[in-house]
Design a protein around this ligand. Structure first.
Ligand code: MNH
Length: 454
């Protein structure tokens, strides 16, 4: 018998449902973490979830020989929208391996370099807009959401959302956010409750159809007017598994597209928003970053690799605010004993809570302080393994990381090169809003052109 995993007192039938607030699920887990420590169990609607958050435990569960990604309950619910796309597929599903093989090269170093002009195109639209709005209030998340969304659609499908030319954000965003929020809630309701909420169910279905139709339309258009651009869409349409010759089905291509639209913009726009929050809260960081970018007259794809300090800012931002704040694993064995003697079994979800992992005092000095310098010269690589996991784990880790990184380096570099920036409200303190990802709430800045920059 293993040691008992700490757990809040359960209630008959509903387990620990009362201990978590479904609309603020993560905050609930963070609160429980403070009470119960590096490992605790909660039981939600009959599902046992074990929350781990110390480097020692996370390092143990990141061993892919013993553990694999487990599709969380909320992600399971989200399969209505993104089916067996890469993010929500089980590792055992043939379509995960197939899509992984076909899509990995699409996110390789050369492919990402080739996307630089498209990224520059969209980011320049943001720069132009901020120049025109000189001194006006800028809603930071809104602007980065537009940028990230337009970037992923242009780079992946050669399709323009033109978000910077509209007042309202593209309807896709509303539909998608509705589905994300509603899936989260559905996963914490009983199926009978879900069935009884007829209006919600209808809206949910309509929003899902909207997203699917948008993607199907883009594919139809491409098939009608094929081109030989080596973008993600063509790779999905034409790509074959080199070993078996299998191709992705049209249905699976649609699921991958919605996956990229969601995964490709929520997390990146959150990262950029938090990065600017921390840059403004720490004036010396702003100064150092601006000095770094001022060494270059022009920002090219090769400049980006040299921006070590801005790179460190982004890494440190993801330490304090991992925009995809958790991921789930399960053991491949019937039972396994974790460090400390805790026994977990195959059916348990093991939830890695990044907020606390990234503040584990055994690993991180001054864990609550924003110190980009700690990410220089190898940074987290000099720490015990698996101390920093904002992109998830192993083969099920983020496929879009190089994409997000190039886009984010470029955005920070261009913005700092062109503008002096300040808080609209200097006393603004970070508030966080959560869907599948987290973002700063109500964060606004003003930007003014620094001087004539070429
Ligand atoms: Mn991304 C998986 C974080 C940007 C596409 N991503 C993951 C996971 C994390 C993550 C964490 C693992 C989830 C899990 O284990 O359940 N992703 C991020 C962050 C950023 C990000 C913090 C930006 C910052 N991701 C992107 C971008 C794209 C993308 C940009 C697409 C262009 N991510 C994915 C896909 C997966 C994934 C696809 C699933 C990969 C797989 O399991 O095969």
């Amino acid at each position: 018998m293993g040691k008992t995993i700490p757990q809040p007192q359960e209630t008959f039938l509903i387990g620990n449902l009362k201990d978590v607030d479904s609309e603020h699920f993560l905050e609930s887990l963070e609160r429980l973490q403070k009470l119960y420590g590096e490992i605790f169990r909660i039981n939600i609607l009959g599902q046992s979830i074990i929350v781990v958050s110390s480097q020692e435990l996370v390092n143990f569960v990141c061993d892919e020989n013993k553990f694999d990604k487990k599709v969380s309950i909320a992600l399971q619910e989200l399969r209505a929208l993104i089916g067996d796309g890469l993010f929500s597929a089980h590792t055992s599903e043939p379509n995960w391996k197939l899509a992984h093989k076909i899509l990995m090269p699409a996110f390789g170093p050369q492919a990402i370099r080739d996307m630089f002009p498209a990224m520059m195109d969209i980011c320049s639209q943001l720069i132009l807009r901020w120049e025109r709005f000189s001194g006006e209030e800028i809603d930071v998340c809104d602007n980065f959401t537009r940028m990230a969304l337009d970037t992923i659609t242009l780079c992946s499908f050669n399709y323009r959302f033109n978000s910077f030319y509209q007042n309202k954000m593209h309807h896709f965003v509303d539909a998608m956010v509705n589905v994300l929020v509603e899936s989260g809630k559905r996963s914490q309701r009983l199926s009978l409750q879900n069935a009884l909420m007829i209006n919600k169910a209808r809206q949910y279905k309509d929003d899902i159809s909207y997203c699917h139709n948008l993607c199907d339309e883009i594919v139809r258009e491409r098939r009608k007017n094929p081109n030989d651009v080596n973008d993600l869409l063509n790779r999905m349409i034409n790509g074959k598994d080199p070993d078996t010759g299998y191709q992705l089905s049209d249905e699976n291509i649609r699921y991958q597209m919605v996956t990229f639209l969601i995964a490709g913009h929520e997390t990146t726009s959150g990262l950029l928003s938090f990065a600017f929050y921390y840059i403004l809260k720490n004036p010396h960081v702003l100064q150092k970053a601006q000095a770094e970018i001022d060494q270059y007259d022009e920002i090219t794809v090769d400049t980006l690799n040299k921006l070590k300090y801005i790179d460190a800012i982004l890494k440190e931002t993801l330490r304090l605010q991992a925009t995809a704040p958790a991921f789930n694993l399960a053991t491949k064995e019937d039972k396994i004993t974790l460090p400390g003697g805790y026994e977990v079994c195959k059916d348990d979800f093991i939830l890695v809570l990044l907020h606390q992992l990234h503040r584990d005092p055994k690993v991180w000095d001054q864990p609550n302080e924003f110190i980009p310098e700690r990410m220089l010269n190898g940074g987290y690589e000099n720490l015990p393994p698996n101390s920093w996991k904002p992109f998830g784990n192993g083969q099920r880790g983020c496929i879009g990381r190089p994409f997000a990184w190039q886009e984010s380096l470029l955005a920070v570099a261009l913005i700092l090169k062109h503008f002096t920036i300040e808080f609209v409200d200097p006393s603004y303190d970070l508030r966080i809003k959560q869907t599948l990802t987290i973002k700063p709430d109500g964060f606004k800045i003003r930007a003014r052109p620094r001087r004539s920059v070429n």
